[in-house]
Write a protein that binds this ligand. Structure first.
Ligand code: SAM
Length: 449
């Protein structure tokens, strides 16, 4: 009794092995191979028949051939399944105040950019060069910066930089280790403080109409002891500074070793030309506004062009873009729908076809041809264009302002709550994450070089 099942098992094993061998190499007779194959075929056929017969009506409709029955049954099952999924989705209430709903509203994975063919515009650099730092460096830097940020003197920096851009500026300034740091637009001095944290010994030069010390009378502000202020009566606009004299006074012989930080809400094309003329190479623009938004013409707007993948726009009211924008507008405060995006004559570039400047005090209409020429100029001077990623995904930071589909992927992606918490980012008030506007670092050189 015990020998017989073992014999059967051995035979089964042999058959299984023989099926893997080629017929010519088989030690067993053809007959046995044929028999085994026919058995296998027969058993799989009968299994299918049995399955189909068990499905719903097949056993009742004996006149239908089993393959047709099976197909109909599978179709029926598929229909039921689709109905279930659809009704389940419809039942899930979507609130614009629920962040997971925001991310899942379009039925995609939260991490996926669901802006369709639009994606994220970017500026082409002339030699395709990129920054030397990696995602790993950014994460390491973030870990280091968080306890520093906790010691900031201005806790509520409304109208100034929040956490994301403070980190970005600190990271870039610390990485580059310039001989001099220049800022244009200091407000109460938060960005001066960030620059100081990045490089404790480096001289700062701050151009700002109102001296930060003026704010001290009303509340927290930061005045740096190793900073030359061009403020109050001494204020000079960046474009009017006698750089030869100022550089000499600060002992700077190589202007490529200077970092310029612009947070002055001026036309970035104007600032780019002024910086190039003065011989500076490393620039950071704090507010690199997306197309259709902001109070000044930005690099991102300039580079948003039809020929860039993810760039250029369509004002057609019945387009996919119009539908997608209308949906997203409900969820992200700074998202714009096509009505807001497009000005007269379907002008979408800049802000409704306007090149804004100086906190939108100046607002000049430009043609698409001018806008296109501007982008070609910018590309001709760009060595590097790097947009700072948001520090963390919106389901973690609970930011509601920028549309994540129009930004590069965050340093800490949605879903990584463990990491977000471990880094102590949960400690900060949510408002500090609500100021991301695609801060950008660029390295420039003369056209044709
Ligand atoms: C958004 S705030 C700067 C915020 C600051 N960087 C921070 O992080 O807290 C803009 C500042 O630019 C200043 N400003 C206005 N026109 C300017 C100009 N032409 N040059 C430099 N700064 C200017 C304003 O007075 C204001 O202090």
């Amino acid at each position: 009794m015990s020998a017989s099942p073992r014999k059967k098992q051995t035979k089964m094993l042999e058959r299984a092995l023989s099926a893997r061998r080629s017929a010519s190499h088989s030690d067993e007779g053809d007959e046995e191979e044929d028999v085994d194959e026919s058995k296998t075929r027969k058993s799989s056929l009968s299994l299918l028949t049995r399955l189909s017969n068990h499905f719903f009506f097949c056993h009742r409709l004996n006149y239908l051939p089993w393959p047709l029955c099976l197909t109909l049954s599978l179709l029926f099952l598929f229909l039921i399944f689709s109905l279930f999924i659809h009704s389940h989705r419809a039942l899930v209430s979507v609130s614009p105040f629920d962040y997971h709903s925001r991310l899942n509203i379009f039925g995609h994975e939260p991490l996926e950019s669901d802006f369709g063919s639009l994606g994220v515009p970017w500026c082409r650099s002339k030699h395709g060069q990129t920054v030397p730092w990696t995602d790993k460096d950014l994460l390491k830097g973030l870990e280091e910066f968080i306890p520093i940020y906790e010691t900031r003197p201005i806790k509520n920096n409304m109208y100034g930089m929040g956490f994301d851009h403070s980190f970005g500026l600190w990271f870039i300034a610390r990485w580059l280790k310039p001989d001099l740091m220049i800022e244009s637009g200091a407000f109460k001095g938060h960005s001066t403080w960030v620059l100081r944290q990045a490089n404790p010994e480096t001289r700062i030069l701050s151009l700002t109409p109102r001296h930060p010390e003026k704010y001290l009378k009303k509340g927290p502000a930061y005045v740096d002891g190793n900073c030359t202020y061009f403020a109050g009566k001494e204020f000079v606009d960046f474009g009017s500074v006698d750089w030869k004299r100022v550089m000499k006074n600060h002992g700077i012989t190589d202007r490529s070793q200077v970092l310029i930080f612009f947070d002055d809400h001026q036309n970035e094309l104007k600032r780019l030309k002024q910086a190039l003329k003065a011989g500076f190479r490393h620039l950071v623009f704090e507010d690199n506004y997306d197309t259709g938004t902001g109070d000044h013409y930005s690099l991102r707007q300039i580079c948003d062009q039809f020929y860039i993948r993810g760039g250029g726009h369509c004002c057609f009211k019945d387009s996919d873009e119009a539908r997608m924008r209308a949906k997203r507008r409900k969820f992200w405060d700074k998202a714009v729908d096509v009505h807001e995006l497009c000005g007269p004559g379907d002008a979408w570039w800049g802000v409704r076809g306007y090149m804004r400047d100086n906190f939108n005090h100046s607002n000049e209409p430009i043609t698409y041809e001018q806008h296109f020429r501007n982008s070609r100029f910018v590309e001709s001077v760009l060595e590097v264009y790097w947009e700072l990623p948001p520090v963390a995904g919106p389901s973690l930071t609970h930011q509601t302002r920028y549309d994540p589909a129009r930004a590069v992927p965050p340093i800490i992606e949605d879903g990584r709550f463990g990491l977000f918490k471990r880094l102590n980012l949960t400690r900060f008030d949510r408002s500090v994450f609500n100021g991301y506007t695609q801060m950008v670092y660029v390295q420039i050189s003369e056209p044709g070089s």
